[in-house]
Design a protein around this ligand. Structure first.
Ligand SMILES: [Zn+2]
Length: 367
């Protein structure tokens, strides 16, 4: 009883703040969307955009109830439902950005069963609780969607995804903060602004809005981004992803640095190099990974760690495999020298003697 009263209070407070007619939402969208997306932002298209996936939900939920063994098995996911949920967008959406769109009118006399969380394309959708992936699919209304089973017998529905997390599969266990997919506008959201449609099911649909009272903190955010980087085995892809993260989430990393949260070495190096670029007036918005100095036997530093990680993930020979067992230490020892020489030999860089000079640096940067 106490909790419910509390929630109503929160809800009322948020309504009060959002009564300025949609101003907060418009500002949020305007500040994060490409201008082409703004063209669709009028009351009519908002209704179209927000058409929910109610039929889809009913259909697949029944399927799953009857046939899906994973769903049954994971239905026992223990614990109580969490009253206060974390907004399932890792970065970029604050509690005050949310607008309660539950019950809004939709086409064919339907009402909206869920909340539409506005976010730029590609924003990271993560699990707000520990969970199990119950169902992954595509449907006309919901587009690319994912259902998860959550504590307390609840089931969460994420729709209109641009894409799924790499390797996401039904039955997979998720920790709080693990990636589910990317914000998009698939299904009947096509052509409208990108957003996440989110609904909670337990014997019917429930409005998530009053419960979305928290966001992931800086440490959670950095941890989630780091684990995404770790999962990319191919070195050039990993550099490219780190590059994207640094240009997109630089503020999160800077906050983390201020809070003394440890950052992945690759991110630290890229941040340093982006600072250099900004300082020299090259603010093109892209950050290119580069070593700011030559490296050789005896050097130490975070750039040595990055080089070692690169050699380990590229793994061109025996020395790289030995280095993998030792791990990236930040000290340029004989093993690093041999691994670098192997890389140079494989890449046809001469002399292949394990000295990181301009030629090898350029080669690593361009993949
Ligand atoms: Zn919706």
């Amino acid at each position: 009883m106490f909790i419910e009263t509390n929630m109503l209070y929160y809800r009322a407070m948020r309504h009060a703040r959002l009564l300025l007619p949609g101003a907060a939402a418009l500002f949020f969208i305007a500040s994060t969307m490409p201008s082409s997306a703004l063209a669709g932002l009028n009351p009519d298209s908002r209704v179209q955009m927000g058409l929910d996936a109610r039929e889809d939900v009913q259909e697949t939920a029944n399927d799953a109830d009857d046939d899906d063994r994973e769903w049954r098995r994971s239905r026992s996911l223990g614990g109580e439902a969490e009253d206060d949920l974390t907004i399932p967008i890792l970065i970029g959406v604050e509690v005050n950005d949310l607008v309660d769109t539950w019950g809004d009118a939709r086409s064919n006399g339907r009402t909206h069963e869920g909340i539409d969380i506005m976010a730029p394309r590609g924003s990271l959708i993560v699990s707000p609780t520990n969970a199990v992936v119950a169902k992954i699919g595509t449907y006309g209304l919901g587009g690319k969607y994912v259902y998860t089973n959550n504590p307390g017998g609840e089931r969460f529905y994420f729709a209109h995804l641009d894409g799924y997390a790499d390797g996401l599969r039904e039955g997979q266990r998720l920790n709080r903060g693990d990636l589910i997919g990317y914000v998009g506008n698939t299904g009947n959201a096509a052509g409208g602004p990108t957003h996440l449609h989110f609904t909670i099911y337990k014997r019917g649909a429930h409005n998530p809005y009053p419960r979305l009272t928290r966001t992931f903190n800086t440490r959670d955010r950095v941890e989630a981004l780091s684990s995404q980087l770790t999962m990319v085995e191919n070195a050039p892809d990993r550099l490219a992803l780190a590059q994207t993260y640094v240009s997109r989430y630089g503020n999160v990393f800077r906050e983390a640095q201020a809070d003394r949260v440890r950052l992945p070495a690759l991110v630290t190096l890229l941040m340093d190099s982006s600072t250099v670029r900004v300082a020299t007036g090259r603010t093109s918005g892209t950050v290119s990974p580069h070593f700011t100095r030559d490296l050789e036997l005896g050097d130490t530093g975070s750039d040595v760690t990055v080089l070692q990680e690169f050699l380990i993930t590229t793994a061109t020979g025996d020395a790289a495999l030995s280095l993998q067992r030792t791990g990236a230490t930040g000290y340029f020892g004989p093993l690093t020298e041999r691994a670098l020489a192997e890389y140079q030999h494989a890449a046809d860089i001469s002399p292949a003697i394990g000295y990181l000079g301009p030629l090898t640096r350029a080669h690593i940067q361009t993949g």
